[in-house]
Design a protein around this ligand. Sequence first.
Ligand code: DAH
Length: 370
Amino acid sequence: MAYTVPKLTDYSPGALEEAASECVGACAGEAAEVRSEAELKAFRDRWMARKNGILTQINDLWLKSAPKDAKREAGIRVNELKARITETVEAAHVGGDGNSLAAEQVDISLPGVRRPIGAEHPVMRTWHEIVSVFQKLGYSVAEGPVVETDYYNFEALNFPPNHPARDTQDTLFIAGQQSKPQRERLLLRTHTSPVQIRTMEKMRPPIRIVIPGTVHRNDPPDASHSPMFHQIEGLAVDNNITFGDLKGTLDHAMKTLFGSSVKTHFRPSFFPFTEPSAELYVTCFICGGSGKRGADSCRPCKQTGWIEVLGCGMVDPNVFEFVKHNGYDPKKVSGFAFGMGVDRLALLKYGVDDIQLFFQGDVRFLQQFG
Ligand code: DAH
């Protein structure tokens, strides 16, 4: 029941004290129930309003009607009471006072707030699938910097300064590097291959690593190019690693990634850091190798029945020369390497026809992979 100011008949100190504490208790109780700014204002007015607020009523009912001999005592009590009430009213705030547990109570029978769980991006899904195929073969994961030096990106991979092979990778250079020796100049790595050198500098043979990462090239964006894309590199070095090991490993990896019925096929190629070098083709997993889709020709493989998936080869002895000091004597060790474009494989795997869709962040596109 709401508090109303009682009339006093007994002005003994005990009775005054009792009336005062009842009043203070009522005020504190109401303060704790304040739940909004509007309620706060109403509460303040009820207690403090000059015209007929509770304090004014107390003044009128308790003080003015006090018998003469009790006036002094009543005056002291009422002043004390006013101070306590004013303090309580001023301290009151929305949400109540000293009763925050009540304000914070939740209805545990309500359903919880559902957080929408995102889906793995198709490029990252492909990335993880490829990495895990090699992890199961005993490979570990290595990573390296995206801003790289000319030395690691080119020179130590057997692209000598000014060699035309550098032209095959349109490079984005960091500005203002001209005062440095060429090998120290910074650029955005054009491939993940520099991490081969960085890892061989740190780890002695034998090694088996996969190197996923972001790379950049000065390619204008179109349906099959993006200035930023992803690669996964592989490197295995030991005594007696042969081209047969390379073929067996990659054949197994392709069957795991694209299904056991795919066939692999190696064609000679050139990369400065491998000799011999090859491109790996797999039978088109869209048309199954026939080059046809019903009466139409198969687009992804350009009717050939074969799709190029990566570059590979036996590590060139010139590359080992750069890390010879760490146990990579080209007369004693041999190895193979490979590198593939994750985005390109994701395009093929999911039948997406424009690489730009991967990077535009359009939820309508990405939701399809949820
Ligand atoms: N780095 C090459 C590129 O970006 C791909 C590559 C080819 C990597 C052959 C290799 C390799 O490790 O052996 O075009």
